[in-house]
Write a protein that binds this ligand. Structure first.
Ligand code: ATP
Ligand code: MG
Length: 255
């Protein structure tokens, strides 16, 4: 029996876009310091689940609890206060800011608004501390030497690391990664797996991913979504043999 209280508990989540049911009674739990993968065919509702948790889309019904407290429609600064951070599907860096500044913006919106002030002139202790922290995180991911570069000067794998650094600077308890391995080659994916195993010592990781071997390597628990419904959950080895999962992957996708 699992006696650890979940860090994140989602139950009966329902999200509707007009006539389309993107999530249909989806329920899942994430334990502290675990790596949980949410997988499923294109259009299954994975990003929508992330968006619902982080307040980007409204939910029609269901409950989301973080550390035993109900959350709904959290604003960005509330997510930071809860210590939930996420990366976006793709990269999503601010093109006009350098790498270090992009990472500093992940700290939280209260501090980030100070950074904007600092960037246009005044500087302060908080800005210096944040800059140091950003450099620490960049360094831990092996990309501190890129701190002064602009996003368009980065290779794709490096820009993904910067996006990850931006999510890590707030010392999250829950890190949500939407397709962190997309577009990476095998060497970069192996490096990412090592990073996730390190990160897990400090926080839980909720990851949406299509790279099946990578999911198998990093996950403690896997949930499979298809047409908005969770059709299987368990260890990777268990769900990969599940006939309904095999059918979902071989069969229909919305795109
Ligand atoms: N803001 C929105 N408005 C209308 N429909 C949406 C919106 N966001 C997602 N959808 C639809 O909801 C369904 C689920 O989309 P979602 O992006 O969650 O899928 P996904 O599992 O992340 O897919 P992928 O693996 O391709 O990223 C799709 O049919 C999508 O077109
Ligand atoms: Mg998606």
């Amino acid at each position: 029996m699992n006696t650890v209280s979940p860090l994140l508990s989602v139950s009966g989540l329902h999200v509707q876009f007009g006539g389309l049911t993107a999530l249909d009674s989806a329920s899942f739990n994430i334990s502290p310091h675990s790596v949980v993968a949410l997988i499923g065919p294109n259009g299954a509702g994975k990003t929508t689940a992330f968006n619902a948790i982080s307040g980007f889309v409204p939910i029609s019904s269901g409950e989301i609890e973080f550390q035993g407290k109900k959350i709904s429609w959290p604003k960005t600064h509330e997510l930071a206060a809860l210590r939930i951070s996420r990366t976006l599907q793709g990269v999503g860096l601010f093109s006009g800011l350098n790498v270090c500044e992009n990472v500093m913006l992940g700290a939280d919106t209260q501090k980030s608004s100070n950074i904007f002030t600092d960037l246009i002139g005044a500087s302060g202790k908080s800005e210096k501390r944040l800059r140091e922290k950003a450099m620490e995180v960049l360094s831990s991911l092996g990309v501190a030497h890129l701190a002064e570069r602009l996003p368009h000067e980065l290779s794709y794998p490096d820009s993904k690391k910067v996006a990850l650094a931006r999510a890590l600077i707030s010392d999250p308890l829950l890190l949500m990664l939407d397709e962190p391995a997309a577009g990476l080659d095998q060497g970069d994916i192996d490096e990412l797996a090592t990073i996730i195993n390190e990160v897990k010592r400090n926080c839980a990781v909720f990851v949406v991913e299509h790279h099946v071997d990578f999911v198998g390597e990093i996950s403690d628990q896997v949930y499979v979504l298809n047409f908005g419904k969770i059709i299987a959950s368990g260890t990777f080895d268990a769900v990969k043999e599940d006939p309904e999962v095999l059918t979902a992957y071989l069969g229909s996708s919305r795109h």
